[in-house]
Design a protein around this ligand. Structure first.
Ligand code: FAD
Length: 292
């Protein structure tokens, strides 16, 4: 086995990336960088290199938010962004437990291509883009559709995710992220993100995404179509929830049967829409993952 470098505090991101690419072409079996690359968010004794600072930074500015790929779930949960956008707090605080939240990163959550991870669902709901850098240069691609199949992403060989960005939702728009899971350290059985804006009583725009409901994150366009331009009555919400169930393809596994998951999708879509609607109307509503 051949192992590569251990980047010190002065390694810049471009040095690190160049070395990572060299490692691939040189046929190294691994690169030993974990502690420097992914310091505990609580650990202030770690390096403060340009690499870490840039890649873990969160910047909230009108009109776009940028989150570095190495930002941990815990860091995002504590950020001003989570205070400004409750949907971000719903998602970040619902991921696993304290240990996982203080080590796991938003970039790792996306790159793993796991349909149960929460960030891809939230970022699809917010129509986010991700930035990737590799031998072919820098490119930007939508998070929606980034995972092509179970654990398969659109990343090319040698490419790394460097950050995520999305437009700050406009005033009058609000969202909610709800999940249902067995216990804190378990991945959600089903999760749903909803972001909508109202014009009077009518739904002006809406985006809905679902996690753990198929082999990839599901963008529920059919459910959105049931809501756009309509007053959000219980009957309209019921039709949207049924449409979301029809768009999903959950698997029968240790978290539950297909019928059980379909009933959870139905309930969570309605809860997500109702919560987003109440937040749009100025109410403060606390939601996160619920356990069963
Ligand atoms: C017990 C447990 C419970 C969990 N529960 C949840 C949950 O409820 N919800 C949830 O969303 N997640 C959950 N997770 C996942 C966790 O939050 C992390 O997101 C996930 O484990 C990825 O971890 P990481 O960021 O350390 O990435 P790593 O484990 O380091 O990487 C994962 C993969 O992505 C690649 N990778 C990492 N970063 C990048 C990058 N920037 N560019 C390209 N490739 C990259 C790595 O090479 C690797 O293949 C859970 C994990 C555990 C262990």
């Amino acid at each position: 086995m051949r192992f590569g470098f251990w980047p010190g505090p002065n390694n810049s991101w471009s040095d690190t990336l160049a070395l990572a690419m060299h490692a691939e072409t040189a046929g190294w079996h691994g690169i030993w960088y974990a502690d420097h690359f992914m310091p505990n968010a609580e650990d202030t004794s770690g390096p403060t290199s340009e690499c870490w600072t840039t890649l873990a930074a969160l910047a909230v500015a009108v009109p776009r938010v940028r989150i570095g790929a190495l930002a941990t779930h815990a860091r995002i949960a504590r950020s001003p962004l989570a205070k400004q956008l409750p949907i971000v707090a719903d998602c970040a605080n619902g991921i696993a437990d304290n240990q996982v939240r203080s080590r796991g990163t938003i970039g790792g959550s996306l790159a793993s291509g796991d349909p149960s991870c929460d960030w891809p669902v939230l970022l699809t709901t917010l129509d986010a883009k991700l930035q990737a850098q590799g031998p072919g240069g820098v490119r930007e691609l939508p998070v929606d559709g980034f995972v092509e199949d179970l654990y398969v992403t659109k990343l090319k060989p040698g490419e790394l995710i460097t950050g995520i960005s999305f437009a700050l939702p406009v005033k009058g728009s609000a969202g909610a992220y709800v999940g249902f899971k067995r216990c804190a350290p378990a991945y959600p059985t089903i999760s749903v993100g909803v972001q909508l804006s109202l014009k009077g009583e009518q739904c002006e725009s809406v985006r809905i995404a679902l996690g753990s409901a198929g082999l990839t994150t599901i963008h529920a366009r059919g459910a959105e179509a049931e809501l756009k331009g309509k007053t959000l009555t219980p009957a309209v919400l019921a039709r949207a929830a049924e449409a979301a169930v029809a768009e999903c393809d959950p698997v029968d596994d240790q978290r539950g049967s297909i019928a059980f998951k379909q009933s959870i999708i139905n309930a969570l879509v309605k809860r997500g829409i109702e919560t987003a609607k109440r937040r749009c109307q100025g109410e403060t509503v606390e939601v996160s993952h619920e356990y069963y």
